[in-house]
Design a protein around this ligand. Structure first.
Ligand SMILES: Nc1ncnc2c1ncn2[C@@H]1O[C@H](COP(=O)(O)OP(=O)(O)OP(=O)(O)O)[C@@H](O)[C@H]1O
Ligand SMILES: Nc1ccn([C@H]2C[C@H](O)[C@@H](COP(=O)(O)O)O2)c(=O)n1
Length: 496
């Protein structure tokens, strides 16, 4: 976490123990809103208090003096550990009254963390409660010294928490934007063109760079050299359009950020980036799947059968005509997945005059489910022949038998399942007007397919719902509207 700087009251002089609880220890001080990069806020009093030159000298000394450096690093580690234990040991408050006491007992450098942790409870009910207590203290007929102290403490706390929650909320907005921007760049088929568009829209900034840097560092740490190399190239391309003046503006709060709150955001954004980074790293396999020719070889950790890769599999389910194929095309275009339609694979098998062709045709005409061993084999062959790791498997599994055969033979479960929920009359209407010459797009077969869907496919959807994998999509509306329900699912997955 970055050192907290919340408005003019953001940095508090703590001369004694801790917390807001003693106002004499916690009076706001104007002097030290810090600009030095101190992501964990751990330099504390060991950092030079004044002057740019002093800070440079401090840095130089650190670089030269290995011993001092080690001691410093130990100090940082100890401080990190101390804070970790402290955070774990604190019992979280429930009521507004408990919240007040909790924050009064919070160390200054922990405020940012605690505000984030307790943000949902820093709500109107809490602030009203605080306001009432403040009112009682202010308008008391006579005030004791203890009451004066309490009043001063609570006024300070109110200001800190109001500004802190505001900064936190703005930070969340920034976080989402930066996550989206980086996802867009790393999943883009034409990185250069994407960057140019983003320059036009002023979307390249320091926060994005910081997030990228953290990904690069992690790729190095985990020995993913190609990924690191790719992202380093992206970094150079990102960096060049960020002119120093942009940097300055961003960091001095000149762009859309005002005064001290902007400084708050600066530190807040830096710390957010660290959190974002962790989320990106956890989904790194998915990110790295884009631009597959460059990146796919990094995924050498096992996974799908014979190729020893880790795949990201999405099953796409829904009744006949619910729009699975239509949406898959959009997902492919936007997120670079490979679309495998089980129905198309089976139809190709019929056209290729294979030994199973006639049997498959009969089954399809009757709206029945082709035996799993046939379908799974065909899907497996497709997966293994394709140089991508992100698959949309559409119209599969159609039955529990399909599902179990896939899991057994391929040795994987889907990462997520999309379920297109569509009323029957809408599905019938769509199928009957599809006009693609399919042997099963007629009134008789559609009835059978709907029955088979209810009897065999719904239990599969139920199974994946119970395992928390299903994203239910309302399949009524225009194709574009429906895709807007899907977009955030994959965007979120890319940068998690
Ligand atoms: N949101 C929509 N609104 C209206 N029509 C749609 C919509 N989405 C798709 N369609 C149309 O409905 C028909 C069926 O769509 P699509 O082929 O995508 O469904 P599907 O779920 O893949 O069907 P199946 O399982 O039978 O292959 C197509 O003609 C398609 O153009
Ligand atoms: N897993 C599957 C998928 C499809 N089929 C057969 C039966 C379906 O009615 C037909 C058309 O599929 P769609 O294009 O609607 O997905 O293909 C199957 O037997 N098993």
């Amino acid at each position: 976490m970055a050192a907290l700087s919340i408005g003019s009251a953001s940095t508090f002089g703590r001369t004694g123990a801790r917390g807001i609880s003693s106002i004499s220890r916690w009076r706001p001080r104007n002097s030290c809103i810090r600009c030095v990069w101190d992501p964990e806020g751990l330099f504390g009093s060991k950092q030079p208090q004044t002057g740019h030159l002093a800070r440079i000298e401090f840095k130089r000394r650190l670089e030269k003096d290995a011993e001092a450096r080690e001691a410093f690093e130990n100090h940082v580690r100890e401080e990190q550990e101390r804070r970790r234990i402290l955070r774990q040991s604190r019992e979280l408050p429930e009521t507004p009254a408990e919240m007040i006491e909790y924050f009064l007992d919070t160390e200054a450098q922990e405020l940012e963390f605690e505000i984030a942790r307790l943000r949902p409870r820093l709500n109107q009910e809490f602030f009203s409660h605080l306001q009432i207590e403040l009112g009682q203290l202010k308008f008391a007929v006579s005030r004791t010294e203890a009451m004066e102290d309490r009043l001063a403490e609570l006024e300070t706390m109110q200001k800190v928490l109001l500004e802190g929650t505001e900064a936190h909320d703005k930070m969340q907005v920034d976080l989402i934007k930066v996550k989206e921007s980086l996802t867009k760049i790393l999943t883009s088929k034409d990185v250069k063109a994407t960057l140019l568009e983003m320059v036009e829209r002023n979307e390249l900034n320091r926060s994005l760079l910081a997030l990228l840097d953290e990904n690069i560092a992690n790729a190095h740490k985990t020995g993913q050299k190609r990924a690191a190399g790719f992202m380093e190239k992206v970094r150079v391309a990102v960096l060049s359009p960020i002119r120093p003046s942009d940097d300055e503006r961003i960091f001095s709060g000149g762009v859309g950020l005002i005064g001290e709150v902007a400084k708050t955001q600066k530190s807040a954004i830096q710390s957010t980036n660290r959190e974002m980074w962790r989320r990106v790293v956890s989904l790194y396999p998915l990110l790295s799947l884009s631009n597959s020719s460059v990146l796919h070889q990094m995924q050498a950790k096992g996974g799908i059968a014979s190729k020893g890769k880790t795949a990201f599999i999405t099953f796409v389910l829904g009744g006949p005509g619910s729009g699975k194929g239509t949406q898959c095309a959009k997902i492919v275009e936007t997120f670079g997945f490979t679309h495998l339609s089980a129905g198309d694979i089976l139809r190709r098998e019929i056209s290729s005059n294979s030994e199973n062709g006639a049997m498959i045709l009969d089954m399809i005409k009757e709206g029945k489910v082709v035996p799993s061993e046939v379908t799974v084999k065909l899907i497996q062959k497709e997966i293994e022949s394709i140089d991508n790791y992100k698959f949309l498997i559409d119209g599969f599994p159609r039955s529990e038998e399909n599902r179990i055969a896939f899991e057994r033979n391929i040795g994987m479960e889907p990462n997520i399942v999309l379920f297109f929920d569509c009323p029957e009359d809408e599905m019938v209407k769509r199928v009957l007007s599809r006009n693609e010459g399919r042997v099963d797009d007629n009134v008789d077969t559609i009835k059978k397919r709907l029955n088979v869907f209810a009897a065999l496919n719904l239990p599969v959807i139920k199974h994946y719902t119970e395992t928390g994998k299903v994203h239910k999509i309302n399949a009524v509306g225009s194709a574009d509207e429906i895709f807007e329900q899907i977009r955030p699912i994959f965007t979120e997955l890319m940068v998690k």
